[in-house]
Design a binder for this molecule. Structure first.
Ligand code: SAM
Length: 244
């Protein structure tokens, strides 16, 4: 997969793209990053990328020409791709969006700054993505969130591919509780079943706890969950336990 990033602040990406899972994915050839400074595509001598808003108002707006030039350059250089504008006004990033993006061969993430970007940018992008209902100073951190979530979905990116299969949001469930040594910390003990070595009991306990957590914390998710017969029994038991 090729991930192009269009930004006014390329150095923000130096460290996050050179550590841990993303670094290893790069080394394995699973992902290539192509980071372009939008300023390099401004044609005037001052490399101007922002200007005051038409109609007045606070702050500066990113100009359309450098961005358009950058997008055209990327299309010629790498070929067409999926162009994404990071924006608080976009559709909210979730697990399903990440899965969809991870299947594409080239995505281009466009990072805004200042008061935002000239609205005509929407003519040249495929979608707008928001990482949450809050305002960041720029799209770079949002782009890193998108990158982190999709790189770990690329086959071969994680040391253990099984770790993806039960993660939170799969099947619209939160993941079961995890524990590691010590067995007893200040009197807080690891659930006995996890020490039993009985794989079937552990599987059942994890499944039920995963359902319990989701019922208690994320009723919006549980309403999309499709329980099998065993899950339905767990749900009945959990509801009885909650009422007791
Ligand atoms: N004035 C804009 C508004 O009210 O919608 C906010 C502009 S924000 C300060 C500057 C840039 O940060 C945006 O163009 C966008 O690229 C990025 N950004 C801010 N919040 C974001 C979010 N929640 N998700 C994705 N990108 C975001």
């Amino acid at each position: 997969m090729v991930i192009t990033i269009l930004t006014l602040f390329p150095r923000i990406f130096d460290s996050p793209l050179n550590e841990s899972i993303i670094k290893r994915a790069k080394e394995k050839g699973l992902v290539t990053f192509n980071i372009k400074n939008i300023r390099d595509f401004a044609k005037d001598p001052h490399k101007t990328c922002d200007d005051t808003p038409y109609g007045g108002g606070p702050g500066m707006v990113m100009k359309i020409e450098p961005l358009y030039n950058a997008i055209e350059h990327v299309k010629k250089d790498i070929g067409d791709g999926h162009f994404i504008l990071l924006s608080p006004q976009g559709r909210l990033l979730n697990w399903e969006v990440c899965e969809r993006l991870a299947k594409l061969s080239h995505i281009c993430l466009i990072c805004g700054r200042y008061e935002g970007i000239d609205e005509r940018i929407l003519e040249f992008v495929d979608e707008e993505i928001s990482i949450g209902d809050y305002i960041l100073s720029g799209g770079e951190i949002a782009a890193l969130v998108v990158i982190d979530t999709i790189v770990r979905l690329l086959p071969g990116a994680l040391g253990n591919e099984n770790s993806k299969s039960q993660e939170t949001f799969r099947e619209f469930l939160l993941e079961y509780p995890q524990y590691t040594r010590p067995e007893n910390f200040l009197g807080f003990k690891v659930p006995q079943v996890l020490l039993s070595g009985n794989h079937e009991q552990i599987r059942r306990w994890r499944r039920k706890e995963s359902i319990r957590k989701t019922i208690l914390r994320r009723p919006d998710l549980i309403s999309r969950f499709c329980p099998n017969e065993e899950d339905s029994r767990f749900i009945r038991e959990i509801m009885e336990e909650i009422q007791d």
